[in-house]
Every structure is written in structure tokens, then in C-alpha cells.
Design a protein around this ligand. Structure first.
Ligand code: FRU
Length: 494
């Protein structure tokens, strides 16, 4: 084992001890210590779920990337494993960037990742060179391939840029390995490249899967590519987005392209949409579970909002709840994985509550909950103008979800959550109009809120770092409406 990897493993094992349990979410994965960004290597290996992540153990800021590692039997309770790889080779000394994992025929686990190294050009400018590398292991220890990198600039098609070439996502099909990789072209535009391999080690360029054509942002990071419900999906996270109505926001965004494959196996686009309409979600990856579900997990953070941090926290960055995804009317539907139901504690349910001003309902409170609220107009005509859920409330700090039934807009707002930074605190999303009826499912897990709207037609996620004792929840209407609410407390079972 390299000195760098050994150092990281010793450090994290010691540092983890210092982090009190209540300083972490109950079941959203946080870094063992230090910094986390993208999910990497989300996969099934020897019957268990494995999740790696972009990791800098030594500080709560981004640094030379390692791969952190955790495993789970149910996608909800995670157990840390030792740091998997460290930037300890000439070709990845500036970072082991994002990638993916797959179980090989011989029972070993293959990691495919981006190695970053620094290179000085003839003018003395330092540039980062990104290549694709592999490592093989047993689920805990990994050995980097002796002839890494396995894909370098010379394998790139014409027009592809050599500086932004990263985030391979691997899968196997008809006995062959494939990866899709994000790339910025020489004329500064995103595209996704596909490579193929017989053994997972030796790769050749196959095709350009999709070109951005200057539509959604610039560089396309962290692609994933898979069939779903008779269609083919391409997920990617574009940088430098321009806003488009309420569909796409500025900065780092998420993009789901729904399409199909033609007779040559080429991708034909049909529909483009955002993946998450909230504030904090990026770089999702998916797996196919043994029972055939496509499950997606993302980094519940955004590069543009990394300023929302607690100086007293020994970790930064968390994963979203894993989400089952499907298609309905050629749109993406997301639901929290059903395994969350095994963590349901006390259930509280109230039907047909008339909300006319502001109401707190007894026992509806908490910071680790799964709560579904259905509201509707009292009469055939719209009987209200606004509905609001206030949560993580201690009278001073609070966050809100607002629904405007006339405009059909849902807004999330963490401006008063205790944040002292001038970053994005609010986001709005257009939802399907249904004469004032809407269903809102909230998953709160101490330091985050994920909102699943109308059965998962839209999802809005955000981190909140409000004092953990702020547990209040209340409901408010401008006008009058009827509300059903069912809430489960979420509990860890030992
Ligand atoms: C996306 C990303 C990836 C890269 C990694 C580096 O969040 O920029 O493209 O591999 O983070 O940590």
C-alpha cells in the first residue's frame, strides 16, 4: 500500500471517532471525515451495495482527490470501508477524479476513474491533463493497473479536447465493457464519448453519444447512460448553465436527456429536462438493483453553494437519498427507495384538516421524518392563494416550502435557516396544475430537505444547517384549504 493511502486510512479511522453521531444525518452518507463530492463507483459487488465518493479526508474543503468508500445492504444504512484509492501515482498525483465500478467475471471489482496530472507547456503554464485509469480489487483493497492510464489523449476523436476528459461510467452489455466519458471539445462545448473494451482494461474509442451543440452549459460532467422503461436515458451535469425559465438554473446544473436507440444503436434525443429542481444536487449515478429497479444517488450539494457550511462541522458534503427512477409520459419520476419504509417509527396521520391561517398540529414535528401532505381546494373554485409548510423552525430560524396554486409554482426557501452567506437560498419550480390539489412528500434528515412533488414528477433538494433542536413544523394558508398529512418518524434500527 502506498504511503499516501496508508496515511489517509490511518487518519480517517482516527478522525471518525471524533465526530459525534448527531452531527451527521441519520442515513444520508457523509464523508468519513473532511470533504465529499460526487458519488463514484455506485455498484453492487458480491451482493452488497458499494458507494465510493470524491474525498479529501484532511480538510472540509476540496483537495487532491481520494476515493472514500462505504457499503450497504439496503441503501439506507452505510458502513464505512477504508479509503479505496489515493492520488499516489505520477499519472493521478493531482487527483483520482470521478468514475465508476463493476463486478468482473473473475469476481474482482473493477474501478474506472480519471487520473489527473499536472503538465507544464512550452510557455511555462501548468495545465491539468485528464486520462482514464483502472484499478482492480476485492471490495476493500485495490491495485492500480501497472500500465495506467488506459485511455489517453491519443485515443480521442477529432475535435475532442484533451484537458476536460473525465468521469467514466462503466457497464457491461453482450459480454463487452463500455464507458461513457464527459468531454469538452476544442471549441468549448460538452459532449459524451463512448469507449469499448473486451476486458475492462484495454479500451478503444467507439462513438460520440451526444453533443451539446451549445445548448446546456459548457463542459458536461459525470455522465450516465442506460435503458429505462423502453427508452434510453443520458444523465449529465453541465457546468456554466444559463437559466431557462424555471427548468434550468444558472451555474452547475443537472440534465436528463430522454431518447431512444435507433437500429445502429445511436442515441436519438426526444426530451430534455432538469433532474433536480432544488438547490443542492449534482453528479448523480445509477445502479440496477437485483430486483430490476434503477436507483440514482447524487451529491446533495452544488459547486455554486459550497459557501453554505458550518464551521463547527468536521465534514462537508452529503449524498442524497437513493431514488428509484422511472418514466411517465416521457418525463422522469423519482421516489425515495422503498427501503426507507423499514426505518419508519411513530406514524401520525390527520385527514381533512381545514387550514385557514396558520396551524401547528400536535406531534407533527421533527428533523428526521418522512411526511406526505396533500392539500386541495375546499370548493370547486380555488379557495386559497397560497399554502406554506414551515419546518426546522425554532421561532427564529426556519425554512419553507410554498405553493402558489394560481401560478402552479413551488418555492423552497432557506434564507432564514441560519445561513450567514449571500448564496442561493431560494428556488422555484413549475409544477403540473391540478385545480389547487398538490401532494408534497418531504424527507428531512437533520441537515437536508428533499421534496418529492406529485409522486416524484419533480424533486427539489437542499441542505440546511439549522440548529438540530429546531424541530417545529407548521402549515399556513392564504384563504382556506383542506389538508391530509401522514408523517413517519425515521429511526435507525440496531
Ligand atoms: C464534478 C467534478 C467531476 C470531477 C470531480 C472532481 O463535481 O468536477 O467532473 O471528476 O468533480 O472532484
Amino acid at each position: 500500500m502506498s504511503e499516501k493511502l496508508e496515511k489517509a486510512r490511518t487518519y480517517e479511522a482516527k478522525e471518525e471517532q471524533k465526530i459525534a453521531e448527531e452531527l451527521r444525518p441519520l442515513f444520508h452518507l457523509t464523508p468519513r471525515c473532511g470533504w465529499m463530492n460526487d458519488p463514484n463507483g455506485f455498484s453492487i459487488y458480491k451482493g452488497k451495495y458499494h458507494l465510493f465518493y470524491q474525498y479529501y479526508p484532511y480538510e472540509t474543503v476540496w483537495g487532491p482527490m481520494h476515493w472514500g468508500h462505504a457499503e450497504s445492504e439496503d441503501l439506507i444504512t452505510w458502513k464505512y470501508l477504508p479509503c479505496a484509492i489515493a492520488p499516489d501515482e505520477e499519472y493521478d498525483g493531482a487527483g483520482c477524479f470521478s468514475g465508476s465500478a463493476i463486478e468482473m467475471e473473475d469476481g474482482k471489482q473493477l474501478l474506472v476513474y480519471t487520473g489527473v496530472r499536472k503538465e507544464e507547456d512550452e510557455d511555462g503554464h501548468i495545465r491539468e491533463i485528464q486520462t482514464q485509469c483502472v484499478a482492480v480489487g476485492d471490495g476493500i483493497n485495490y491495485e492500480k493497473y501497472g500500465n495506467n492510464p488506459v485511455i489517453e489523449a491519443d485515443a480521442l476523436p477529432e475535435g475532442a479536447g484533451r484537458f476536460d476528459f473525465r468521469d467514466p461510467k462503466v457497464w457491461k452489455e453482450n459480454g463487452k465493457y463500455y464507458i461513457v466519458v464527459g468531454n469538452k471539445t476544442e471549441d468549448k462545448d460538452g459532449q459524451i464519448l463512448q469507449f469499448e473494451s473486451e476486458d475492462g482494461i484495454k479500451w478503444t474509442f467507439d462513438k460520440v453519444v451526444i453533443k451539446n451543440n451549445h445548448r446546456f452549459g459548457v463542459m458536461w460532467e459525470c455522465p450516465d447512460y442506460f435503458p429505462l422503461d423502453g427508452k434510453q436515458l443520458l444523465l449529465t451535469s453541465p457546468q456554466d448553465m444559463l437559466p431557462e425559465e424555471l427548468e434550468f438554473h444558472n451555474g452547475n446544473g443537472t440534465l436528463c436527456v430522454i431518447g431512444s436507440l435507433n437500429e445502429n444503436g445511436d442515441f436519438c434525443e426526444e426530451n430534455c429536462q432538469a433532474i433536480d429542481y432544488g438547490i443542492d444536487y449534482y453528479a448523480p449515478q445509477t445502479i440496477l438493483t437485483a430486483d430490476g429497479r434503477r436507483v440514482m444517488i447524487g451529491w446533495m450539494q452544488n459547486w455554486d453553494t459550497c459557501g453554505i457550511r458550518r464551521d463547527d462541522f468536521p465534514w462537508f458534503g452529503q449524498m442524497s437519498i437513493p431514488r428509484e427512477i422511472s418514466l411517465h409520459n416521457n418525463k422522469l419520476i423519482q421516489k425515495p427507495v422503498r427501503e426507507i419504509e423499514n426505518y419508519y417509527g411513530k406514524r401520525i396521520s390527520r385527514q381533512n384538516v381545514l387550514i385557514s391561517d396558520s396551524a401547528s398540529l400536535s406531534s407533527i414535528e421533527g428533523r428526521c421524518i418522512d411526511m406526505t401532505v396533500n392539500v386541495r381546494s375546499k370548493d370547486a373554485d380555488l379557495s386559497y392563494k397560497k399554502f406554506e409548510i414551515r419546518f426546522a423552525d425554532n421561532g427564529k430560524a426556519y425554512s419553507t416550502i410554498e405553493y402558489d396554486p394560481e401560478q402552479n409554482i413551488v418555492k423552497i426557501d432557506r434564507k432564514h435557516s441560519g445561513s450567514r452567506r449571500a448564496i442561493v437560498h431560494q428556488r422555484r419550480c413549475r409544477v403540473e396544475g391540478n385545480k389547487g390539489e398538490i401532494t408534497l412528500r418531504l424527507i428531512l434528515d437533520r441537515y437536508s430537505m428533499e421534496l418529492f412533488i406529485n409522486g416524484g414528477e419533480q424533486v427539489m433538494s437542499m441542505g440546511i444547517y439549522t440548529d438540530i433542536k429546531a424541530e417545529g413544523i407548521s402549515f399556513k394558508a392564504v384563504g382556506e384549504l383542506l389538508m391530509d398529512v401522514t408523517m413517519y418518524e425515521l429511526e435507525k434500527k440496531n
